[in-house]
Design a protein around this ligand. Structure first.
Ligand code: SF4
Ligand code: SF4
Ligand code: FES
Length: 259
């Protein structure tokens, strides 16, 4: 790469993509317009490199928030591909478009007024029964979730299975954008995870005990001391703190004052 070319390559915004020596420029198409972008960038950074600025359709940049669903085709390949823009590196001749938000209706309910049963699912999301088992939802999911399988579990009222299978869902909406039965998968799955957590798994006793400690003021004095400490003291406390080891099975801190 010539010095002039190197100077032309701007560093993408966000978490500063440093382009490796010799990075090649490849053509991609954004909403139909051709751009030359470094081949090492993610789609998200390539969009910024090409001059686009994210107002929507970008959040965590780490594959967690589900704000950057993207659809693309590669020139000469009939397949339609689905991905997260922050997690996918550009390819030559990629035709891209983003779906910043896919509309889906969310049922209105109060968790205290519904129970963990198939009837609740049928009442709030009756369209689930229209699934034609095409598996398009699973193929669209950038998180490799067995979406059709959890839809089938929902039809049987197996709420625990829906909760388990959908646990990694980031609510990107790509499954719902393609479903011929108009199912709103991620809202349905969220309902099941909520029902599962409220009615089917044991309550976390250690968490309740910790909340009670907080309410009783067990940490008030310690927090007050921290707030009133100078920077040097805080740094010392931080550097000298007891750290949990990588292999922490059976490990307990020596200082149990606040346990
Ligand atoms: S895309 Fe819709 S109809 Fe097809 S398997 Fe998934 S939920 Fe069922
Ligand atoms: S299940 Fe649907 S909404 Fe959830 S991550 Fe997969 S495609 Fe996105
Ligand atoms: S920006 Fe959050 S998943 Fe991509």
């Amino acid at each position: 790469m010539s010095e002039a070319q190197k100077k032309e390559i701007k560093v993408a915004t966000g978490d500063r993509a440093i382009l490796p020596e010799g990075t090649r420029l490849v053509p991609i198409y954004i909403m139909g317009k051709r751009y030359q972008v470094p081949e090492t960038l993610t789609i998200q950074k390539a969009l910024e490199y090409a001059g686009y600025q994210f107002i929507r359709s970008c959040g965590c940049r780490g594959g967690i928030c589900g704000a950057c669903p993207t659809v693309y085709r590669i020139m000469g390949d009939y397949h339609l591909h689905f991905c997260l823009a922050c997690q996918t590196v550009v390819q030559e001749n990629m035709y891209l478009t983003q779906i910043p938000f896919f509309p889906a209706n969310r049922a209105s309910y109060k968790l205290e007024e519904v129970d963990a049963s198939a009837e609740t699912i049928m009442k709030l999301y009756p369209e689930v029964m229209k699934c034609v088992a095409c598996n398009t939802c699973t193929k669209s999911c950038p998180m490799d979730i067995e979406v059709m399988e959890y839809v089938n579990a929902a039809m049987r009222g197996d709420i625990a299975k829906v909760a388990r299978l959908s646990f990694d869902c980031i609510q990107c909406g790509l499954c719902s954008s393609r479903c011929p039965a108009q199912i709103q998968h991620y809202h349905l799955a969220q309902l099941c995870r909520r029902l599962h957590a409220k009615y089917q798994v044991p309550k976390a006793e250690h968490l309740q005990a910790r909340v009670a400690d907080i309410k009783a003021g067990k940490y008030d004095e310690m927090l007050k001391n921290l707030v009133n400490s100078d920077e040097e003291t805080l740094r010392k406390l931080y550097v000298e703190r007891e750290m949990e080891p990588q292999e922490s099975e059976g490990w307990e801190p020596q200082d149990k004052t606040f346990l």
